[in-house]
Design a protein around this ligand. Sequence first.
Ligand SMILES: C[S@@+](CC[C@H](N)C(=O)[O-])C[C@H]1O[C@@H](n2cnc3c(N)ncnc32)[C@H](O)[C@@H]1O
Length: 393
Amino acid sequence: MNNNLYFALNIQNDKDLKTFAKAAGIKLARLKYYAEEMIYPHKSDLDKILHFTGFSELEFQLKTGFLNTKLKQLLASKSADIAKLLNVGNQCKSTEEHFKPVFTTQLGELYQTDSIKLMKSLPKESMDLIFADPPFNLDKSYESGINDKLSKQAYLDWTEEWVLGCVDLLKEGGSLFIWNLPVWNTYISEILNKYLTFRHWIAVDIKYRLPIKNKLYPSHYSLLYYIKGDKPSTYNGERRPLEVCRHCGGEIRDYGGYKDKLNPLGINLTDVWHDIPPVRHSKYKTRSSNELPLKLLERIISMASNEGDTVFDPFGGSGTTYITSEILRRKWIGCEIGPTDTIQERFNGIDFHQEVISRIQKEKNVPFSEETRRKRIQNKHWLPDTLGEKQKS
Ligand SMILES: C[S@@+](CC[C@H](N)C(=O)[O-])C[C@H]1O[C@@H](n2cnc3c(N)ncnc32)[C@H](O)[C@@H]1O
């Protein structure tokens, strides 16, 4: 029972849990909820816990790790005494190992190992861009056989370790993107806010489950975007085509009298992305699940790095980040704990991916895609190049 609350209350198994709940007068389900959801006990239950254990609230907070600002300030004011008392000093021995890549390309190196170990062996502050798409702890079965059903605390402890590894690897001005379910990214933000600068919480509109009773329909993945330091070394802003009716090509929004002032490269990309289709079609699919679309990685890598920069992704999967980096002429370092043959095979079909990416690139930084242009000409809608004439007439 690897859990801070259970540890504080000396609960080691289900029997201890039941005994404690009964003796302290707290409902068993409630006690489990506080522990497993890592929630600070509500006042009436907290009083029962304190009364039963004899802890002061301060001791309870220290034992469970619920440190509010006031408590942190108090600890800071006594830091010298506490350090002496703990006397752990700087005993951390480096457990650095050396790894050999299982696959290399002109620009990249792929390692087959645990990414936390690999990160410790890589030079600090060496990455311009890091993208991470970890398992979501949804009990999915991965080829690698990893446990995807950890307790919340175990998942978050592991998450903190790899997130801090990424922070160490990022160069000053470098960008970190983390793709996860919104609920997990709320915790990851809490970690990152202490080390990096927040840029965006990007909502990527993809439906990933059925509607849930008594809740909103979950329809977005969260993509966190942080940078190291106060300004990014690279930001290549992307512009998107105007939103149009797919039948007639007419614009959906009313740009009123401002049409002539529209940027000829299209509309500024917002922090809500509606245009990332999930990988469904077998033609594009490299493995059965968890594969991210090339369009997503093309956007991130183009936006936050330049040719020749180094991109790191600690969770390889089917290697979407690596193939995209290679095509966009970025150096890359990859890692996958499970089999890596799908990633390697993907590189055999790099021409196909190159074509897909070329198509994706043709549709950005333009006011209308080629197809839309054709429809607009057919239906006599304005185009940036004909706007002046149309307004004159
Ligand atoms: C969600 S998938 C990544 C999918 C990838 N973004 C793509 O587009 O194909 C997560 C991957 O991380 C791998 N993984 C899990 N734990 C790992 C670890 N500690 N080190 C390296 N890889 C790990 C899993 O085997 C899985 O393939």
